[in-house]
Structure formats: structure tokens, C-alpha cells
Design a protein. Structure first.
Length: 128
């Protein structure tokens, strides 16, 4: 069985790199996008098992990306975790209305993020 694939979406390359290192060190495959347009295209093409999605970015913010992904049968069932510096209740409520499974604010603890990912994947380990 192939590894679990996670799409990392953030407009800050350093964050994408750090998340990639963390996830690969824990057995996950990663693909990444730096803006909303690329995120939507990659989600359709790569069919990841999970998406880590920032809100503030060019090419359509995280809310727009989540809405686009929920409108397509190809990406409807992919769990989305918002990973963002935005802490407003409006952003949180909007994310949940868009079907986001978890909302994590930066800065975050790596072990917390890994636990949330495992939970969102239904307890599947990276190699199942």
C-alpha cells in the first residue's frame, strides 16, 4: 500500500519546508502549493489523503480554496485542516461551514499537529 499523501498549502516557503520535513520524518508523502490556484490544481491532480491549508495567500485565500474543493466530487471527501495565523471567530466559523475538519492556529506544537492529522485520517498510519 502506498504512503499517505498530504498536500501542504502555504504562501511562505519556510513554513512549507518545515511542515514537509516534519511530515516526511513521520512517514508521510508530501506535495506542496504556494497559492490558492496551485492548491486547487494539485488537489485535483494528486488526490491527497489530507490537505493542510493556510488562509492568507495569493490566488484565492484558504476559504476560497476550501469552497472550490467542496464543489468538486473529485475533492469533496479530502479532509482539510486549516493551519493559519488567523484567530478570529469569523474565520473559524467560516472554515467549519466549508467542511474543514480542524482549525489549528500558528504557532502550533508539532506533536499536536501530528495527532490532529492522524485523527483526521481516521487513525490510519502513514504506511497503511
Amino acid at each position: 500500500m502506498s504512503n499517505v499523501k498530504i498536500l501542504i498549502v502555504d504562501d511562505e516557503p519556510e513554513i512549507v519546508r518545515a511542515l514537509g520535513l516534519l511530515l516526511r520524518a513521520n512517514g508521510y508523502e508530501t506535495v506542496s502549493a504556494l497559492d490558492g490556484v496551485q492548491a486547487t490544481q494539485l488537489a485535483m491532480k494528486e488526490q491527497p489523503d489530507l490537505i493542510l491549508l493556510d488562509i492568507c495567500m495569493p490566488g484565492g485565500d484558504g476559504h476560497v480554496v476550501a469552497q472550490r474543493l467542496r464543489e468538486s466530487s473529485k475533492s469533496l471527501a479530502i479532509p482539510i485542516i486549516m493551519l493559519t495565523a488567523r484567530t478570529s471567530k469569523d474565520d473559524y466559523d467560516k472554515a467549519h461551514a466549508e467542511g474543514v475538519v480542524k482549525y489549528i492556529t500558528k504557532p502550533y506544537k508539532p506533536e499536536t499537529l501530528l495527532a490532529v492529522i492522524k485523527d483526521a485520517l481516521g487513525q490510519r498510519s502513514p504506511t497503511t
